[in-house]
Design a protein around this ligand. Structure first.
Ligand SMILES: Cc1cc2nc3c(=O)[nH]c(=O)nc-3n(C[C@H](O)[C@H](O)[C@H](O)COP(=O)(O)OP(=O)(O)OC[C@H]3O[C@@H](n4cnc5c(N)ncnc54)[C@H](O)[C@@H]3O)c2cc1C
Length: 499
């Protein structure tokens, strides 16, 4: 039985911890805060309950697999999952509105035809066919295997862009999300729909490779799911599964250094000076110099992503009940996508942000049926280029979000009882990620620029898990990183993914 020290109790690290414990290892998680879950947090205020991180679950297969492999009770026996239908409502700048049904290709096509005009559904459907090819080609090598030694093959974009012939000019093929929107979808609203998926994952549509098409594909194929009580319930279930498998948690324990001995990772030094010895160390937080000896991560020459975007969230306690036909998720698209992207990825505050409005129909989130808890989120520049600690900056941007969200929630401003604002500054404090950046999922294409460092490091015995390691950020992807790390520890460096 090897002693394994895990740094951080984020969902990626906990997934690794539970799987390693089942394999018979003695696992201890060192978490600097007082609780588990990292970005999967909860805010409570006078009977109102809000998720402070992700509000919906996509690709639940990753969590289902974790529960199947680590115990007798399935995911569905540990949390209550419901499909969100419609999966999302979209309000476009020209006033068009469309509700997209959950996990129904035909339903989405019909809804787009009805709202955007005949042909829009077929264009989106053809795009989804190509996105499925990208998913089929990248699923195994990109998501379900440790980063391959020949990862340069992942630098090629798996999205089969349409080759477009042009009169007297060279043919062209979309290489980015924005180019798919402009050249293949050929409708500003469909383009905004696709841009919205990229932006929600913290990706700049102008530069993100076309393979980002698999993000809407995953969501529209495998569905959008809500965890009753909020997403924090999922973190609780994963934590309880870890505890049931005898993983030890030490809270209030900040790791300041991975200890190296005889050329191997040999433990963790904590902020109080204590050294916890271990045979292997799993780093579930953003790697940085000081915490790890030298630059041992990126054994594969893939660097930790720099300059990722953050999230700005407004938690609203409202008087008045939720209308019976209210939609769970509405995306209010920005009036000028290019200007928004320039601001977010250029380190400025966007004037007209795309705002996601979440209105869960869940009694656990409100004091009674005469009240409602609503969450507004926008992707923003990280803390640093914008000072999100400045009260005036926070107040002004929160006001912009409320203004834009009014299109999705009737009488919103008059109904507000209490407002709580959370910015990349809070995310930085809670996850330890510089600037409060939220790591995007890994993507193939763009010569490998959207990959994350592999789970193996140059220091034997030190592994990387969580959103800043392969295959990247988001609940599903970070969960996959936990699977891969457990595989590498248990089966050795030659582990090539579960068959
Ligand atoms: C506001 C917000 C919105 C998001 N929205 C979505 C979404 O819609 N969909 C989606 O899929 N994902 C979303 N994410 C991302 C998603 O929550 C994460 O990618 C996922 O939870 C995986 O996190 P992680 O495993 O990398 O750990 P993290 O959540 O980053 O947690 C890291 C943990 O490590 C601890 N820690 C840090 N440094 C140390 C140290 N030195 N010693 C000990 N402990 C330490 C931290 O306290 C924290 O508990 C969102 C994130 C945020 C912040």
């Amino acid at each position: 039985m090897a002693r394994i020290a895990v740094i951080g109790a984020g969902t990626g690290a906990m997934a690794a911890a539970a799987r390693l414990a089942v394999a018979g290892e003695k696992v201890t998680v060192y978490e600097r805060s007082a609780s588990y879950g990292g970005s999967v947090g909860r805010h409570e205020h006078e009977g109102f309950v809000f998720d402070t991180g992700p509000g919906l679950l996509h690709l639940p297969a990753v969590q289902r697999d974790l529960f199947v492999k680590t115990g007798k009770e399935s995911l569905e026996q540990c949390v209550s999952l419901t499909q969100v239908d419609p999966a999302s409502r979209h309000l476009f700048a020209d006033g068009t509105a469309v509700s997209l049904p959950n996990a129904s290709r035909a339903g989405v096509a019909a809804a787009l035809d009805g709202a955007l005009g005949a042909g829009a559904g077929a264009r989106w459907s053809d795009f989804m066919d190509r996105a499925r090819d990208a998913w089929d080609r990248s699923r195994r090598p990109l998501l379900e295997e440790p980063l391959r030694p020949d990862h340069r093959v992942l630098g090629r974009d798996p999205y089969p862009a349409v080759r477009q012939r042009r009169l007297l000019r060279p043919a062209r093929q979309a290489g980015t999300v924005a180019e798919i929107g402009a050249w293949e979808l050929a409708d500003p609203r469909l383009a905004a729909l696709l841009d919205g998926y990229a932006l929600a994952h913290g990706l700049d549509p102008r530069t993100a490779p076309a393979s980002a098409a698999l993000l809407p594909y995953m969501e529209q194929t495998f569905g959008s799911w809500y965890v009753e009580g909020g997403m924090r319930e999922l973190a609780r279930a994963v934590y309880e599964r870890c505890v049931a498998r005898r993983v030890t948690f030490v809270f209030g324990a900040e790791a300041v250094r991975v200890v190296e001995k005889d050329g191997r990772a040999a433990g963790v030094e904590l902020a109080d000076g204590e050294v916890a010895e271990a045979d292997r160390v799993v780093l579930g937080v953003r790697p940085r110099p000081g915490l790890v000896p030298g630059q041992v991560w990126g054994a594969d020459d893939v660097a930790v992503r720099a300059g990722a975007a953050g999230r700005f969230t407004v938690l609203l306690s409202l008087r008045g009940g939720r209308e019976a036909d209210a939609v769970h998720r509405t995306v209010v698209h920005g009036a000028d996508g290019a200007a928004e992207q320039e601001a977010v990825f250029g380190g400025r505050v966007a004037a007209h942000p795309t705002v996601t409005v979440l209105r869960p129909d869940d009694p656990a989130t409100r004091p009674d049926a005469e009240h409602e808890a609503v969450t507004l989120t926008a992707t923003t520049a990280p803390q640093g280029p914008v000072d999100w600690r400045d009260p005036e900056v926070r107040r002004r941007f929160a006001d912009v979000l409320v203004e834009r969200a009014a299109a999705a929630v009737p009488g919103l401003r008059e109904r507000i009882l209490h407002t709580e604002v959370r910015t990349p500054a809070e995310t930085e404090a809670e996850t330890g990620a510089e600037g409060g950046a939220v790591p995007p999922p890994a993507l193939a294409g763009a010569a490998g620029a959207y990959l994350h460092p592999g789970n193996l490091t140059r220091l034997p015995g030190l592994y990387l898990a969580g959103g800043w390691a392969h295959p990247g950020g988001g609940l599903a992807h970070a969960g996959m990183s936990g699977t891969l790390v457990a595989g590498l520890v248990v089966e050795g460096d030659g582990f090539r993914g579960s068959r």
